[in-house]
Design a binder for this molecule. Structure first.
Ligand code: B12
Ligand code: SF4
Length: 498
């Protein structure tokens, strides 16, 4: 359960925005957002229009636009729900819509992750050229507010619920400030439902929600500790249940950062959603595998798969990344315990940590084939700006590229890896992804997993087909680089795991 922050008042008083303006809202670090409504200036009779934009980088558009099953980003529909009634809200999600630069609006709000940041800057510039004020928020603005402030009229650092109504009221008065940062974290009780009416209907599944925010860990490459300051918050279970009850369809995703962070709360949640008979998935740390009660309750409540950030098979790399809570020696048992409960494992597999050498690609694929891993999201390490990882690599002179659009984890390597070249890292990742989703590998993994085969096989074949049309094929850096497509097909290492 939540506890009051012992330094609550002190913390608030010293929490300054980087424009040196105190943004003081309350002495308690948690703040019930319902206290803010209605937040606009009650004397204001004028109606205003705000356009909210979910900005997408080119690389993300390329990948996500092709997906058969897509779930929407909740950021802007949630922000819209927090917008005072004298503001009319429209929303453009670049995955499915084009931005209308000539839309007649008073203000534009853009959300952007790091790879989408340069594109968000370009959008903001176009709107500003047309005389429309712009605000940028999201993970990138939280990491680099001073840079973002050069491209927008205002920047929101961290969570937006508490400062958004205040920002709009400032705008109405003509007193928009440069940087808004709430030192208080919103309490998630009475969280309004996202404005689903602002999400383009046909293309998206609507069973998406968030039951908790934050993660107690602090892996050195992750941006969650900076956004949520390592303070977990949980929605009241009955409110989550009420929201799910209203959702159409059977499939459900909890986009929590770590749904197993507080297992007693999670167990309560699982018990409460069991009667709703949903099929759901979420993200978690691997240690939950050893809590049988957690696993049984998850399975009974309809959990079909969990995303586990297993990252790398090198324990030394995990230790350096401050991810000691992952123990590679237990990975095989973790996967088998999940399968025992009928829950599939989707692993986050990341290449490029400092102890990853050229053998890591082959050994990873071989290991996960033999362990019957159900599916994997394969990428290269991204040193997001201002994370401890970025700072360390930067101090060592190993940041090669500062164009944020290249911080996508799929098409570019932006730093100098310790034990191979950037090209070997990228090509090795491409190669491993294809090996993992080769037909022989799918067959072997599914035969070992035997978990949810009817959808698991289909999903694996979907990945297999998607990879056939995506990017270069890659090669195993243990051998020399093939020089022709024919050679590529017969490159050393291909047979090793095929
Ligand atoms: C669900 C999810 C996905 C989903 C769906 C996409 C999505 N973005 O929703 C999928 C699986 C597709 C995905 C993919 C990727 N993701 Co993702 N994802 C998430 C996750 C877990 C939840 C997002 C969410 O709904 N958050 C809840 C909303 C309410 O929070 P929020 O977006 O931060 O918004 C709040 C504030 O930031 C602020 N705010 C945000 N924007 C704005 C704008 C304005 C105007 C204002 C006033 C306020 C404001 O107010 C909001 C309310 O408090 C986050 C982690 C997280 N907790 O956010 C990672 C996260 C956003 N993802 C991340 C990454 C890296 C990616 C990928 C690039 C990974 C990859 N290599 O492919 C891709 C990129 C694709 C894409 N365009 O998003 C990183 C981004 C880091 C960064 N510096 O950019 C995060 C933070 C995870 C992490 N551990 O670091 N992701
Ligand atoms: S466990 Fe996951 S969400 Fe938590 S800090 Fe590490 S990478 Fe981020």
């Amino acid at each position: 359960m939540q506890s009051r922050h012992p330094l609550g008042l002190l913390h608030s008083l010293f929490c300054l925005s980087s424009s040196s303006k105190l943004v003081f809202i309350s002495g308690d670090w948690r703040f019930n957002t319902s206290m803010l409504r209605p937040a606009s200036n009650p004397l204001s009779a004028r109606r205003y229009r705000v356009e909210l934009i979910t900005a997408e980088s080119e690389s993300s558009l390329f990948v996500r636009h092709r997906r058969l099953i897509r779930f929407p980003q909740l950021t802007m529909p949630l922000l819209a729900a927090w917008t005072p009634p004298n503001w009319e809200v429209s929303h453009t999600d670049e995955i499915v819509q084009r931005v209308d630069l000539d839309k007649l609006v008073d203000l534009v709000g853009i959300t952007a992750n790091t790879p989408a940041a340069p594109h968000a800057y370009a959008l903001a510039q176009e709107f500003r050229r047309r005389g429309v004020a712009t605000v940028i928020g999201g993970p990138h603005a939280t990491l680099l507010p001073d840079e973002v402030a050069q491209h927008a009229d205002a920047v929101v650092v961290g969570e937006g619920e508490l400062v958004w109504p205040q920002l709009l009221a400032d705008f109405e008065r003509g007193e928009l400030r440069r940087i808004y940062k709430s030192c208080l974290l919103p309490d998630l009780s009475k969280m309004p439902a996202p404005r689903w009416d602002l999400i383009e209907g046909r293309a998206y599944g609507k069973g998406v929600t968030i039951a908790s925010r934050g993660c107690p860990f602090a892996c050195d490459y992750c941006t969650i500790p900076q956004t949520y300051q390592r303070r977990m918050r949980y929605r009241p279970v009955d409110e989550v249940v009420d929201e799910i009850r209203k959702m159409p369809g059977r499939a459900l995703i909890f986009w929590d950062d770590n749904v197993g962070a507080n297992r007693s709360w999670t167990k309560e949640l699982f018990a409460a959603i069991t009667p709703l008979k949903r099929w759901w998935t979420s993200q978690c740390t691997a240690d939950v595998a050893f809590d049988d009660e957690f696993m049984s309750l998850a399975a009974r409540s309809g959990c079909k798969a969990l995303f586990l950030g297993l990252e790398t098979l090198s324990q030394a790399s995990l230790n350096v990344a401050n991810k000691r809570h992952n123990r590679t020696a237990e990975y095989r048992e973790v996967i088998s315990r999940f399968h025992h409960h009928g829950i599939a494992v989707q692993a986050g597999v990341v290449f490029g940590f400092d102890h990853d050498d050229r053998t890591i690609f082959r050994s990873t694929v071989e290991f996960y084939r033999s362990a019957g891993l159900d599916s994997a999201t394969v990428s290269v390490l991204i040193p997001f700006p201002n994370t401890p990882l970025f700072q360390r690599l930067d101090a060592e002179g190993r940041i090669l590229i500062r164009d944020w659009s290249k911080y996508n984890g799929k098409k570019d390597v932006v730093f100098q890896p310790a034990l191979m070249s950037p090209r070997e890292l990228l090509m090795g990742m491409e190669w491993a992804a294809r090996q993992f989703y080769s037909l022989a590998s799918i067959f072997e993994r599914m035969a070992r997993s035997r978990t949810g085969l009817w959808w698991n096989v289909a999903r694996n074949l979907g990945y297999h087909l998607a990879l056939r049309n995506f990017g270069p094929v890659g090669f195993n850096p243990e051998g020399s680089e093939p020089s022709s497509p024919r050679e590529l097909a017969a490159a050393p290492g291909r047979e090793a795991v095929a």
